[in-house]
Ligand binder design. Sequence first.
Ligand code: B12
Length: 225
Amino acid sequence: MSELLFYKTIRKGIMEKVLEQIKDCILNFDRDSISGKIQEALDAGIEPQKVLNDGMIAAMAEVGRLFEEGEFFVPEMLVAARTMQTGLTLLKPLLVEAGVKSAGKVALGTVKGDLHDIGKNLVGMMLEGAGFEVIDLGVDVPPERFVEAVQASDVKIIGLSALLTTTMPNMKSTVDALKEAGLRGNVKVMLGGAPLTDAYAQEIEADGYAQDASRAVKLARSMLV
Ligand code: B12
């Protein structure tokens, strides 16, 4: 083996190891170590995008798989997502600087009258983990705020959350408001929240429903192909 090839092999090994360690931080909920590991990866010359894709997004995909297989539950998914967010704080400015394109912009909100936001926040974190840019409109969001969000920037997907059967109709009002503003063709609308169903999504002419944050990521991806 030539000397150059030898050093290249060693370097590749170091890079793979630190990316594995970043994944492990997320899978083991190690918020104290993740920033240090990301810094190590950057110092070793790994591009921020590679850290994001092969370290963090790969880990969040694994989190989604473990959740769907019943090995992780909501609390595990939440702390994993928080660990990822801790790491993203360090990585985000570098990604912006490097002009890394987001997977697409998603405006998320809990609909008018509804204050539940734990599930919505989790969906937001998982979407960020998957490379989407998330605009969080918060809770108790009236239809016109969603319309404004689409008018203000190139939002590709609107994500509506509702936990109360009494606030579900405000999802329909939001879809209708987008239609009235002539924007319905510009965005996909996805729904979620415990009382929601596919049938309701179809009834109000939304584009899809997902039952949890992991499936929300898959749905969002499928909406942009
Ligand atoms: C925590 C909670 C609260 C907290 C909310 C705190 C917060 N910051 O969110 C507080 C105490 C404020 C609260 C208040 C009320 N609550 Co409450 N609450 C709950 C509880 C216990 C848990 C909800 C939760 O966080 N689940 C965990 C998250 C992770 O799950 P999730 O929200 O379903 O989200 C997942 C999916 O649904 C999906 N998802 C969620 N959003 C989205 C969005 C998109 C786009 C996609 C794709 C997917 C998606 O992905 C998420 C992650 O996997 C539920 C019971 C339950 N088991 O659901 C009752 C519950 C929702 N509440 C209920 C009620 C009645 C109320 C109150 C009216 C009580 C009262 N009399 O004051 C008020 C209403 C306040 C209001 N205006 O919103 C009822 C609703 C009944 C109904 N059928 O309408 C429930 C079901 C309890 C019950 N069994 O009676 N509540």
